[in-house]
Design a protein around this ligand. Structure first.
Ligand code: NAP
Length: 435
């Protein structure tokens, strides 16, 4: 009997696990279960719409999905349509590849005001994720404060200041792009609680900021050290040195040539969100870095803005029955193993770090563990799940359905754009029903 495996989540870590399993000689059958009819997780809804070359990795995932040992089961939410106990009864092995789709709280007074929008929500919104179809941030503001110095912060800043032309050949939904373009935003402040050396931007993303059509990166040259000091590996030192070189090329003052600015504002931590119900500004404290950590200096300043986007990492959104490690915030696991026949991969295993390819070794490790733990299977797998979903009247969708949605989105694209995304599950399934 084949070993029957359920992979929950169809983002990179789910696909790398599936791919590693089918590349072994073992007799395996894999169901990839996702709560959306559209696969690929963060590739579709997290990677910035103007980074289409990064999204091309989905072509390899598509080949994996089309393998005869693999089924895609979309529009099925674990915890709502099927419980984890039911899946563990139906499959020999269950792999949790759900990423970290939540926003951690900023943890300062006022962080629940209207106008504080976590990056997961903000990025999900501009990427047309159906969870945010009813949401629209208030962009009626000249300034925006983005908290954090990682690649997500830089993505948010860039998408807010790029021109319509720059965003044409992207999968930014047209109505969201138009909404961003009509906003009066001129200044995006990207606050880092530590300095330029500690910033987590990768160099390609940083360099891109120097080549925007109508926005300049602004930096105070006094905050740029002559060299990278501190304890770093050789590789990290080289990467940080490259970032410093890039930032040295950024202007230190407002140029008249460009109408918008992204301020790289280092050594500043948020202490309070200002306003009544709605955000009217943010109060920041200047910091120093002591022993690698940000320490408040007691010197404060404020900026006026109606939107604050904390881009400070991600939080797990566990379904019932998924053990969580309170210390790490990840799935409680030992090198990927949660319990017998129960595994975690990707961000759900190790937290929100690394690039897309970082998930590949996780998938390989999970595949090896599964094959160590099982030489053959004995459970019902796909047929059992399909029967259960039928009994519960759950309208699930398969990979053919995704290909129908994909074709329609591609057909509907504005000139130059790769697709025009459907923004609701209802609209996606209507296309499938029509086909
Ligand atoms: P990240 O790289 O970990 O950056 C998080 C930032 O938030 C850091 O600057 C951190 O500062 C700051 N921060 C955390 N808590 C804070 C607080 N309470 N107050 C103020 N600042 C706070 O995370 P990310 O940007 O969410 O990215 C997640 C992963 O996805 C990363 O590995 C990233 O490279 C990857 N990613 C890659 C791309 C790409 O390749 N283009 C695009 C998007 C995401 P400290 O350093 O001081 O903790």
């Amino acid at each position: 009997m084949p070993i029957r495996i359920a992979v929950i989540g169809s983002g990179p870590s789910g696909f790398y696990t599936t791919d590693a399993l089918i590349k072994t000689d073992a007799d395996v059958e894999i169901d990839i279960i996702d709560r959306l009819p559209t696969p690929f997780g963060l590739i579709r809804a997290g990677v910035a719409p103007d980074h289409q070359s990064t999204k091309r990795v989905a072509r390899a995932y598509e080949r994996t999905a089309l393998d005869e040992h693999v089924h895609y089961i979309g529009n099925v939410e674990v915890g709502r349509d099927v419980s984890i106990d039911q899946l563990r009864d139906l499959y020999d092995a269950v792999v949790v590849a759900i990423g970290m789709p939540g926003d951690p709280a900023l943890g300062i007074p006022g962080d629940d005001k209207v106008g504080v929008v976590g990056a997961t929500k903000f990025v999900g919104w501009y990427n047309g994720h159906p969870d945010f179809a009813d949401f629209q941030p208030d962009l009626d503001t000249k300034a925006v404060a983005v908290i954090g110095n990682g690649n997500v912060a830089i993505d948010v800043a860039r998408v807010l200041v790029k021109t319509k032309t720059e965003m044409t050949e992207t999968d930014l939904p047209t109505k969201i792009g138009d909404y961003i373009q009509q906003a009066p935003i001129t200044d995006v402040y990207m606050f880092g609680r530590r300095g330029p050396v500690e910033a987590k931007f990768t160099n390609v993303e940083l360099r891109e900021m120097g080549h925007l059509e109508n926005a300049s990166p602004i930096i105070d040259p006094d905050c740029l050290p002559d060299e990278v000091t501190g304890e770093w590996s050789d590789r990290d030192r080289r990467l940080r040195d490259r970032n410093l070189q890039t930032m040295r090329g950024f202007p230190d003052s407002v140029s008249d040539a460009k109408a918008k600015r992204v301020h790289f504002a280092f050594y500043a931590q948020p202490v309070e969100i200002l306003g009544d119900d709605k955000v009217t500004g943010i109060r920041m404290e200047k910091t120093q870095v002591v022993d690698g950590r940000a320490r408040g200096s007691g010197e404060f300043f404020e900026i006026e803005c109606a939107l604050v986007v904390p881009a400070i990492g991600y939080a797990l959104q566990p379904f019932e029955g998924l053990p969580v490690d309170d210390k790490t915030g990840c799935t409680a696991n030992d090198n990927g193993r949660i319990a017998e026949g129960f595994y975690a991969v990707g961000w759900a295993k190790r937290g929100p770090s690394g690039v897309i390819g970082t998930n590949k070794p996780d998938g390989k490790m999970a595949a090896e563990q599964i094959l160590e733990d099982f030489s053959e299977g004995g459970k019902l797998g796909h047929d059992g799940l399909v029967a259960l979903l039928g009994e519960k009247d759950v309208k699930w969708s398969d990979f053919d359905d995704w290909q129908t949605i994909n074709e329609e989105e591609t057909t509907n694209a504005r000139p130059g754009a790769p697709r025009e995304k459907f923004l609701t599950i209802k609209d996606m399934l209507a296309v499938v029903d029509k086909a």
